[in-house]
Design a protein around this ligand. Structure first.
Ligand code: SAM
Length: 244
């Protein structure tokens, strides 16, 4: 006997919405999301949509009405609860826009809980657009199946980051000048923040201030000098693998 196909099908589009979701909610969708569903995905009444609100998880929606520029989706049932997000922060010095977007996208895919842009002396870029970062992360979350979005913190100086760093969280300092092997550190750091420097690296005074912090552990990502985006991606991946 042929197995009944899974519903909704894997190909069902996923969207993050601002509104709180719940059984019986009728959601009006317009703007770019409506364009995507109606014109790109060519959905029509009766088609399913997976909806996430970053609070209650993922829900099955069914399109009940469509118009030229908007549509109404009836929320029917919860498909998955909001995920348990691994307790990892990624604190990164802003780097060139396209590369910073890449870091934000990969941090989301890899499961990071919080993304903190931290200004340092040798930053090439000093402007960060939180809305742009959040849009990158929403797109990444819709693609990779996350039901929770990373929180994007306001840009802050290294001094403020260190002063506000919470006790009980390990500050994993990716130091291009060397440190403990990251793989050895991650096993005992299930509540952590990884700190990655800018294209120009950490200034000596910054390195001294970080290493003086009681929660800081300097780690090496190997003998080669990695680009900041490579270091961020590699360090988060090793940490995630170490929690499995
Ligand atoms: N300008 C620096 C230099 O030439 O020494 C390189 C900085 S690197 C492009 C940017 C950041 O990636 C560093 O500040 C560090 O946080 C991280 N990183 C790069 N390679 C690393 C390594 N082998 N071990 C630990 N962290 C590394």
């Amino acid at each position: 006997m042929a197995a009944t196909p899974a519903w909704p099908p894997k190909s069902t589009p996923r969207l993050f919405v601002e509104e709180a979701l719940g059984e019986g909610v009728a959601l009006r969708i317009d703007g770019p999301q409506a364009h995507y569903l109606l014109s790109v995905m060519r959905l029509k009444a009766g088609d399913p949509v997976r909806l996430c609100d970053d609070r209650t998880g993922e829900w099955l929606g069914v399109i009940s009405a469509t118009a030229k520029r908007d549509l109404v989706v009836g929320v029917e049932a919860q498909l998955r609860p909001r995920e348990d997000v691994p307790d990892l922060w990624l604190a990164v010095a802003p780097i060139r826009k396209a590369r910073f977007d890449f870091v934000a996208e990969k941090a989301c895919e890899l499961g990071v809980a919080r993304f903190l842009p931290v200004l340092m002396q040798r930053c090439v870029a000093d402007k960060v657009k939180p809305d742009r970062l959040r849009a990158q992360m929403i797109e990444a979350a819709e693609q990779c199946g996350r039901t929770a979005l990373p929180e994007v913190a306001d840009v802050q100086t290294l001094d403020r980051f260190l002063k506000g760093f919470p006790a009980g969280r390990t500050l994993i300092f990716a130091d291009e000048e060397g440190g403990a092997p990251l793989a050895d550190v991650v096993r005992t750091a299930s509540c952590a923040a990884i700190l990655i420097g800018p294209e120009g690296g950490f200034a000596d005074a910054e390195r001294a201030a970080i290493l003086a912090h009681p929660s800081a552990v300097g780690v090496s990502l190997g003998p080669r000098i990695l680009r900041a985006e490579t270091a961020a991606l590699a360090a988060v991946a090793v940490w995630m693998a170490g929690q499995a």
